[in-house]
Structure formats: structure tokens, C-alpha cells
Design a protein around this ligand. Sequence first.
Ligand code: K7E
Ligand code: CUA
Length: 644
Amino acid sequence: MTENTRDPEHEVTPKCTIDGPGDDRRVFLAKMALMGGALVGASCTSQPKAPAPPAASPPPPPTKGSHRGAQAHVSPGQLDDYYGFWSGGQSGEVRILGVPSMREIKRIPVFNRCSATGWGATDFSKKLLGGKMSGDTHHVHLSYNGGTYDGRYVFVNDKASARLARISCETMEVDRIIDEPNSQGTHGILPQRHKTGYVFCNAEFRTPQVNDGRDMTDPSKYGAMHTAVDGETMEVKWQVLVEGNLDLCATDYQGNYSFATCYNSEGGVTLEQMMGADQDHLYVFHIKNCEKAVAEGKTIKVGDSPYPVIDARGPDSPYVLRVPVPKSPHGVNVSPDGKYAMCAGKLSPTVSVVQIDKLAAAFAGKIKPRACVVAEPEVGLGPLHTAFDGKGNAYTSIFIDSVMTKWNIAKAIKAFKSKDGKTPNPILQRLDVHYQVGHTNASMSETKDADGRWLIALCKFAKDRYLNVGPLHNENDQLIDISGDEMKLVHDGPTFPEPHDCVIVAKDLIHPNKIQPRTDPRFAIYESWAKADGVNLKKDNKVIRRPDGTVRIYMTSQAPNYGMRDFTVKTGDTVQIILTNQDNVEDLSHGFCVSLHDVNFLVNSNDTNSMTFTAGSPGVYWYYCPWFCHALHLEMRGRMIITS
Ligand code: K7E
Ligand code: CUA
């Protein structure tokens, strides 16, 4: 790079992780590499040899003036170019970051309890969560149309409780959560890309089918589900039962196939057993054949679940094709041209490139499944996930080596066919990242419109990159400029544990409402209560004692007042506050917090929200607005009077 327009204040210079004896990081990395080396070497005899040393050939010389670098600094008052949707890992939430500034703009509670919004405690969220208060989000993906995002929904998995949630892009609130039947460890998910059709969900953990106490000691009878959920209705449509662990998920751009990496074709239940075989598979699911089987009733029922299951355990069938790839693959990502599924090797230093238009011949038995693999470049130790720039290059995250490897897809295919299997060298650059990168993604990488501007490396370890804040370290999400010939690290972004994945979406594709549109499914619930009680939600302030003894408090808010200065209930009453915000202007949220009652929730502009609790001992309890809304915000309060 010959010129640099970035503000040096905002640059983070990549530190070398290879030099500097005695350096903590070096020792750590060496240990990791050893561990990984042992893993790879242990039973990997038929695998390709260790990867070539990092970037042996110097990167191409910069063409003068060819690349000024993308602008990472976003000045105060300026907006980002992209919405970044981040999974929140064990926090159970989803976050929205602006890219390239990496500013965290919003947290969306999904499977977690959130004190600020009341998510997990409000009536609607409690109903969706069914009493669960934790989750583990790994993968966020948006609904598609025509190969790119349609800006309507965000889908996210819960690995902990085998659930799928949907966030409405109108409000950036969760509107649905469903359980994946007969599944544990719901991990990889991906919607179809030609339209909002199915969202496919992979169960990572093999379990007895049915899991009711049978077959517990016979893991050979365990299986895992690949589930097709209708992204529009959020109903499970059908499932495919297979014998192997299903890890990451992908879909093609035509609507023909869905994919799952399978790292445990051995069917093991211990780590050693799972690493036994040199070869695992990319499972390819044939969607039309599955639909046909469902239509013709060639399905079984598993347990209490009403949904049809295609039993595809055993050899290849019209439903599932198993493409052999080196042992324990992890990520699978489809290139923006729709041609290739990239299967990252994890325990093999390779990425297996599967040519999607060969799959039909393999399903038809005309070629061997392995013949669909058209390249297998060596990218480094511990490849996990792959992103794309839309210019024919791929970027694979390399966990053990702590690098991002940029490689050229066409060159990798050519090299695979060549006499020595190595020429031309497809590896273009290896960039140190800090440290132990998991997922990676690039701007619009999961669409046909991948634009090659920004790459994110989601690093699992931050080590010494930030001020010491105690034993729990943050993660380190690094921003890399890929607009030129070379990758260039431009920003470190700390995140609270542990985002696994993110997608980066051009801002023009997302259009949230700034005022609550009152169209989410939860409004039908409030309206039905109000109708039954003869109440006008938007106007009335009324205390209704229901026949079942429940006391419903319908209340309005308008800065800086609640519609009720006080209300009276009896000790032990079940009290439901249904609060409607009459303020109908941007950014005027109120909330409702009741002293000593663990009640605290948010009501946005033009919103209604509700929470139910039990009235405590007799006395006076102030309720107040916790959101700073007005000069008289502190006065926005009233008394709950509890009589005996
Ligand atoms: Cu690689 Cu759950 Cu996407 Cu983590 S998974 S890294
Ligand atoms: Cu309403 Cu503060």
C-alpha cells in the first residue's frame, strides 16, 4: 500500500506473533500449535502434509495508487455503511454493530433475561421463552430473496436448548421462538437464499431417537436431525434423521440443496472415538426429494413430535449424499457465485472445495461423491470458516495458527488438477490475527453481492490486547480491510463473550421503524385482553379485577406522567400491568419499575408492554419510570398501595 488515508490514531498495528522469544503470546501459540499438531498428526496418515510455511512468496508489489484503503474511521455524527449482526454466544443475545466503526449500537435480548427491557420477565417474552433464562447463540442469518438479504428477518440458533428464534427487522425484537424436535445442540442454521423458504437447522449432538430412556447405552442407535423450518410461519415442516453429528449448515443459491458438515462419522461419544476416522463428510440434502418423500408419506414419526421425519440413516439415498472430506470438517460456506461449498478442515489443514453443479450427477450415481471435490488447498493449521470478497478470493480463518489465509479459488482448482497438485500456489497472503480466530465473515459475503470491502476475524482470545480487566477476558473482533490486494488489519474491537459469528449487511437493505408499528404478534394478545375487559388500550386508565382474581392495571404513559397517580391492590394479588405509551415521537421510551417487586420493563414510543407479579406485604410502593425521558423524569412516578 503506497498511500494511507486513515487516521493513524485509529489504527492498530498488527503485532508480530512469531518473533520475540519469551513473549507470552509466543509461548501460548506454540503450545496451541503443538496441541493442534498432535491432533492433526495422531491418526492423520492419509492426510496432506503439514501446510507450507506462512506466505513463502512475497505478496505482489503494490501498484502505485491502486489502493487507498477503505476508510475505517467513522467520525462523530457519521453513520456506518453496514449493519453487523453479531451472535452473542453464551450471553444468549444478538448485537448490532456498525461496520466499519465497530461501534455496538444495540443489544437484542433473545434467549436471555434483560433487566433494561424486561425481556424474559414480560408476559410475551415469558411465553416465548417457556421459563428458560439462558441460551447460546452461535449463528445469525437474515432472510433472503434472489440471493441477497430482503431485510425482513434475522434468524438465530440456541445451541443450549435446541431452539430457533426470529427477530423482526421492523422492530429488532424477537417475534418467534420455536423448539427443534428430537434435537440437542441445534448449531448450524441457514435460510434458503433464492427466497424466504426453509431455514435449515442442524442438531450437533447425536441422541437416542426417541430420547425417552431407550438406547442410552447403545450409541450406534443415536442419530441427529436436519430440520426444515418454514421461515415465514416458523413452523417445522420436516426433518431428516441421519447417523452422524451435524455441525455447520449452508444452502445453495438455487434452492436445490442444504449442507451440513459431519465431524463424527464414527458415531463416537468420547473425544477419542470422534477423532478415529481419517475421513468425515459433507452431508448434502436433496430438498426436492425430501419434499417428495414427505408428500408421499414415506416418513416416520419420532416420539411425540407430529412432524414427518425422513429416516436417511445408512448409505447414500435420494435424500442425503455424503461427500468424503478429510477428518472433522467444521465450517461450510458457499461462494457468492453459488458454485462452490467450502468445507474447512479443522483437523486437516485443508479446505475442500465442493463443486455444487456436480452434485446432481453424484445423486444420480453417475459419479462418486468424492468426485465433487475439485480443490483442496492447504491453508494452515485449524481452518474453521471461510468468507469471500466476490472477486474470486476466499478468506479462511485458521484457529491454531492464528491467521487469516487469503487464497484464490480458481488457482486452487487449477493446482488440484496439476501434476504436482500444488501449482499454481493459490495462497495469496497469511495475516496474523490476535488470537485464535473462530468465525470470519466479510461484507455481504453470504450473498451474491459480496463486495470485498471488510473482513471480520472473531478472535477467541484477546490476551494482552486490552487493559487487564480480571480473569474473564473479552473476545477480540478484528476489522480487516480487504479492498486492496493485501489484507490490512485496521481495528481491534472488544466484545463480551462470546460472539461466534456475524454477518455484515449493506445498510440500504435494512429499514427498521423508529416508532413501534403495533403489528408484531404480541399486540394481538394485548388487544384481546383489552377487548375482553372493555378497555381502550391507547386511552384508558383502569383497574379491572378479573373473575379469576387477577388484577389488570391498564395504564398509559406520556412524558412526564403516567395515566394513574396511584392504584390499590390487595396483598397476594396477582397483578398485571399493561402499559401503553401514548408518546408517538422518535426516541421517547418510558418504562415501569415497581419498588421492591422485581418489576422493570420498557415501553417504546407507541408501544404496549405488560408484566405480571404478586403484590407484596401491605404498604406504599412507588413505581417509577427508569428511562430518562423528560426534565421531570424523576417525577414520573406513582404509588402502588397494597392493602391487607
Ligand atoms: Cu465455528 Cu458454533 Cu459457528 Cu463457534 S461455531 S467458532
Ligand atoms: Cu418516562 Cu422517564
